[in-house]
Design a binder for this molecule. Structure first.
Ligand code: ACO
Ligand code: ZN
Length: 223
């Protein structure tokens, strides 16, 4: 009996805990065959989805030491549009969003951050808007519900404020987060959204932010 227990403990150290794949970023339990199968399926699909082979006509709008930002517009060649759709599908899957048809598809601007390993590691989708509602600061104090319970139920002001540009999606590949990729995407958006002017912070709005998105937006807007 003792040896059996020992075996389980040994196995536990090697295979039981959650593992994160160093290529696709999926967290799974190596000891579970279902998890392993799911991982294999996700792994290839994901890496194929973010693969970027380079385009003959690409609109590079920013270059950095660790990558570049490419802008895709609605009337671009179909290979570019297809890549944007693939990436958006991955992002929506990760965020648990159902596919939302953009309000004005022919005005959508998509910014892709391409790493020097030729992968799409960041994506920002923006569209023109006319107004936005400010997220009110969360109530604090013993009676306020914990932030875990009210995941997306931020309280918004009901007074519309003028805005110019809405960020409908912002996403960075899990393994590349906290390297200022999102910040550089928003900076580039502000520079390129309207010809000849740099958008002010209060002219852009984040739609339906996730907890991650809200942390980022709060930080970005205060600095
Ligand atoms: N927790 C705390 N602070 C954060 C976080 C976080 N998870 N993410 C960003 N910040 C703050 C930090 O202060 C950070 O600066 P620091 O690293 O020097 O402290 C600053 O924001 C800038 O962060 P970046 O490195 O530019 O952000 P990153 O490239 O990691 O991307 C993002 C942030 C896009 C939110 C990423 O975490 C992500 O893709 N998350 C999953 C998808 C998601 O939830 N997207 C938002 C959906 S809402 C919408 O699309 C409108
Ligand atoms: Zn993987």
């Amino acid at each position: 009996k003792e040896t059996k227990e020992q075996l389980i403990i040994d196995a536990g150290q090697k295979h039981f805990g959650a593992t994160m794949c160093k290529s696709c970023g999926m967290i799974y339990t190596a000891s579970s065959p279902e998890d392993q199968l799911q991982h294999v399926q996700h792994h290839y699909r994901f890496l194929e989805g973010i693969k970027y082979t380079g385009w003959k006509k690409e609109r590079v709008v920013a270059e950095f030491w660790d990558g570049k930002i490419v802008l895709v517009l609605p009337h671009d060649p179909s290979y570019a549009i297809r890549k944007v759709e693939d990436v958006q599908e991955l992002v929506d899957n990760e965020l648990g969003f159902h596919r939302v048809v953009p309000r004005c598809p022919n005005k959508t601007k998509t910014f892709l951050f391409i790493s020097d390993e030729k992968r799409v590691v960041g994506c920002l989708i923006a569209e023109p808007i006319k107004q936005a509602f400010r997220v009110l600061s969360e109530p604090t104090g013993p009676e306020s519900p914990s932030s875990k319970e009210c995941h997306r139920a931020w309280q918004c002001s009901n007074v519309p404020e003028p805005a110019v540009c809405g960020i409908s999606r912002i996403w960075v590949f899990r393994l590349k987060r906290r390297k200022r990729i999102a910040r550089r995407l928003v900076d580039t958006l502000r520079n390129c959204f309207m010809f000849g002017c740099f958008l002010k912070i209060d002219e852009i709005a984040f739609s339906d932010p996730t907890p991650d998105g809200k942390l980022f937006a709060t930080k970005y807007c205060n600095t």
